[in-house]
Design a protein around this ligand. Structure first.
Ligand code: CA
Length: 225
């Protein structure tokens, strides 16, 4: 999934990017409000982790207010150093989906992030396509009953395709949800990753699950065909 971290404290920001990256999410970082606003305008994030107090430009709360006013509905997890109850209520009133008070444990942040990402996805049963199964909690993949270790980007592609079962997903959409901003859109890495994933899912199988829609993208079927 594609996540934006908005945080000006370098140490915390880097550790969040690293932590979420290890869960095989594609993570972008904004260190001030203006940068955050630009990234949100240009990308379709599955989750935004938003610091309340930012040094330059709009504050976290102002950003959130603007985004919600313009109809953006992605889940937002607010980070705040202020433990005061009125802040918490204020943040939730402005459209935050959840909040965490600093300092927090990594595990706590990951748990909240998972829960918000799950809400973004379809119900848990949608993460199954025929004999392929992804447990979003443990992030393990089973193919024909066997646990398969997938590299992060292949896992990201599979997760996104599972959330859009039976729909045609363009390469651009895959890039937006699986890679971060440093991705070179001209490279053929998407095709290479899909090719590798397909070998694992469909290799040696008569009926296929991961199909190419010519000139449009890819489609993961709910049933082998
Ligand atoms: Ca801050």
């Amino acid at each position: 999934m594609r996540i934006l971290v908005v945080e000006d404290e370098t140490v915390l920001a880097d550790s969040l990017v690293d932590l979420l990256g290890r869960e095989s999410h594609a993570v972008d970082l904004a260190t001030d409000g203006e940068q955050a606003d630009e990234l949100v305008a240009g990308n379709d994030y599955d989750l935004v982790i938003l610091d309340w107090t930012l040094p330059r430009g709009p504050s976290g709360l102002e950003l959130l207010r603007q985004w919600r006013a313009s109809g953006l509905s992605m889940p937002v997890l607010m980070l705040t150093a202020r433990a005061a109850l009125e802040d918490r209520v204020g943040g939730l009133d402005e459209g935050a989906d959840d909040y965490l008070v600093k300092p927090f444990a990594n595990e706590e942040l990951l748990a909240r992030a998972r829960s918000l990402l799950r809400r973004r996805e379809r119900p848990i049963s949608a993460l199954i396509a025929d004999d392929v199964e992804l447990d979003p909690r443990s992030r393990t993949v089973k193919i024909r009953g066997e646990v398969i270790e997938l590299p992060p980007k292949e896992l990201g592609i599979l997760e996104y395709l599972l959330s859009r079962l039976d729909e045609t997903v363009s390469r651009t959409e895959l890039v937006e949800h699986v890679w971060d901003d440093s991705f070179d859109a001209m490279s053929n890495v998407v095709d290479v990753m899909v090719y590798r994933l397909r070998k694992k899912i469909d290799g040696g199988q008569k009926r296929k699950l991961l199909t190419t829609v010519k000139g449009q993208g890819y489609r993961l079927l709910s049933r082998r065909a």
